[in-house]
Design a protein around this ligand. Structure first.
Ligand SMILES: [Zn+2]
Length: 81
């Protein structure tokens, strides 16, 4: 009779401490996830307002490629740039 009572107490204690352990593990995992954000800051393109970093591309009628007109001649014969 006493052994049955002891076994019940032991089972309840096991469940109780197991639940507390799981709560602690979850809390630590959440804290670690909050410290290191899952999406790190990626480099962003910031256009310089002087217009140097943003240029319109023009199509070369000779080689059919789009390039900045400031790049100059593409190397093909008859290129107007
Ligand atoms: Zn060209």
């Amino acid at each position: 009779m006493f052994a049955k009572f002891l076994l019940t107490v032991a089972v309840v204690a096991l469940i109780w401490f197991g639940f507390k352990y799981l709560q602690r593990v979850t809390e630590l995992r959440e804290r670690r996830a909050a410290r290191t954000p899952s999406t790190p800051e990626r480099p962003r393109f910031e256009p310089v307002p002087d217009g140097e970093s943003v240029q319109d591309l023009v199509k070369c009628p000779r080689c059919h490629t789009y390039r900045s007109s400031k790049l100059g001649h593409c190397g093909q014969e008859g290129c107007p740039y």
